[in-house]
Design a protein around this ligand. Structure first.
Ligand code: ZN
Length: 99
């Protein structure tokens, strides 16, 4: 089953990151932790939405300090909340500055 990111602005899928596929991980929503789940959804701007246990968010939305790295494997901290959600409007205008 292919993994994909539940963020509406994100097109990342398992093994296919737009940036660097080796850095991409997928994490399940904290369904058991209502308070944290609310923060996740608020940051995603999807308050009214309830993810299923099969839905995942990719590591692009977490700051590096949200992750613990042990033996090269990244673990999401128990307190981590995703904060990086670029809107589709952010893409495009600056594409020419990369040379
Ligand atoms: Zn994503």
């Amino acid at each position: 089953m292919p993994r994909y990111c539940a963020a509406s602005c994100c097109k990342n899928r398992g093994g296919q990151s737009a940036r660097d596929q080796r850095k991409l991980s997928f994490y399940p929503f904290p369904l058991h932790d209502k308070e944290r789940l609310e923060k996740w959804l608020r940051n995603m701007k999807r308050d009214a939405w309830t993810p299923s246990k099969h839905q995942l968010l990719c590591s692009d939305h977490f700051t590096p300090d949200s992750l613990d790295v042990r033996w090269g494997i990244r673990y999401l901290k128990q307190t981590a909340v995703p904060t990086i959600f670029s809107s589709p409007d952010d893409q495009g205008p600056r594409a020419t500055s990369e040379q």
